[in-house]
Design a protein around this ligand. Structure first.
Ligand SMILES: C=C(O[C@@H]1C=C(C(=O)O)C=C[C@H]1O)C(=O)O
Length: 364
């Protein structure tokens, strides 16, 4: 059934327990110098809120001639960070060579970036390089909102024997210009979690936001959706960063942001559960009525289909459909439902009605 059935809870990945909620991964977009890495890491460590230090060592850039990372040197600097702060380290890998170098330099966690996840050939190469290592790996979502591509990448890594596995939600490429850098499409990580309950999901609000302004809002949303952790970029001097300057926070701003997050409880006490049970039974009853009404409507639609067949009328009746939509939206608005939601719902119902009548028409 599930291709991800042997996943270790993230809190037990290391001998030192990661027992904070959320787990916070932070550090610069790119490792630029030893000084920058060590000073950022020390300031992050002082906040006592960060457990994992991230840094891009090889940067996949959209256009050539952009800063592409410091490679091997940066891996050595990360070791200094580890020694001086005790933070765990995390690096993006895109090729078997990267994996090999990270293993040799004691990197604690690897992540696979969105561009790499989009390509099953590359993911498979990484999986083969990781075979039997049981190295912790986090897989970012692919650039496009294709949940199966994301699951496929997670499965390939899992099949290589990796049980310390997590997903990172960093949003999806917007084809149109949007306020946020990436479209969050929260329904996709929600669907992933509902298919694989034991898979930890980390949110990367920096890449969703693309600008410091929206990071808090995105991080709060991730907490409200009960995600396990946050990956937020930080830099000792963001304005001087060689990549993604707009979306990196100073360690102090990160600290403030994290302290301002409201982390609601997932599991509550008996009293709250009693109240929830009451609300939920109301919802169950309303849902049952909704479904019964929809079934009734479809029966009438089929009768109309029979009638149209007898009278040789077309299935689609645009004027009537327009009226149905207008009446529905007016009523919905007066009851506090949005026009967008109501239109989408009625469109789905109309589409099903057309299919049903099509079946009736073609019935021998
Ligand atoms: C049910 C009918 O057939 C179609 C379905 C409609 C609906 O679901 O409300 C409306 C118009 C038609 O396109 C109808 O003609 O009334």
């Amino acid at each position: 059934m599930s291709g991800l059935d042997n996943i270790k809870p993230i809190h037990n990945w290391f001998s030192k327990k990661l027992d904070t909620h959320p787990i916070v991964i932070s550090g610069p977009c790119s490792a630029e110098s030893e000084e920058q890495l060590v000073s950022t890491a020390k300031a992050l460590n002082d906040t006592e809120q960060v457990q994992i230090f991230r840094a891009g060592v090889w940067k996949p850039r959209t256009r050539p001639n952009s800063f592409e990372g410091r490679g091997l040197d940066a891996l050595q600097w990360l070791n200094t960070v580890k020694q001086e702060t005790g933070l765990l380290t995390m690096v993006e890998v895109a090729s078997p060579k990267h994996v090999e170098m990270c293993l040799r330099h004691n990197v604690d966690i690897l992540w696979i970036g969105a561009r790499t996840t989009s390509n099953p050939f590359s993911v498979q190469e990484l999986a083969s390089a990781l075979q039997g290592m049981n190295m912790p790996v986090m897989v970012k979502n692919p650039i496009n909102p294709d949940i199966n591509l994301w699951i496929g990448a997670l499965e390939r890594i899992h099949k290589a024997g990796i049980s310390k596995l997590a997903a990172i939600h960093r949003g999806f490429y917007p084809f149109e210009k949007t306020i946020l850098r990436n479209i969050p499409k929260w329904e996709i990580p929600i669907e992933l979690k509902s298919r694989f309950h034991n898979l930890p999901i980390i949110c990367d609000p920096s890449h969703i936001a693309g600008s410091r302004k929206y990071i808090h809002e995105m991080a709060q949303k991730a907490m409200d959706l009960n995600m396990d952790g946050l990956m937020i970029e930080s830099h000792i001097c963001p304005d001087e960063a060689l990549s993604d300057a707009d979306q990196q926070l100073t360690p102090e701003d990160l600290n403030e942001l994290l302290r301002g997050l409201v982390c609601r409880l997932h599991v509550v006490g008996d009293e709250e559960i009693d109240q929830l049970v009451k609300y939920r039974s109301q919802i169950d009853s309303v849902d049952a009525q909704l479904i019964e009404l929809l079934a009734q409507r479809m029966n009438i639609v089929e009768e109309i289909g029979e009638y149209k067949k007898e009278k040789n009328m077309t299935i689609l009746q645009l004027q009537r459909w327009e009226k149905v939509r207008e009446r529905g939206v007016d009523l919905a608005k007066s009851l506090g439902l949005s026009e967008k939601f109501t239109t989408q719902l009625l469109r789905m119902i109309h589409k099903e009605a057309i299919l049903r009548q099509n079946e009736v028409m073609n019935r021998k």
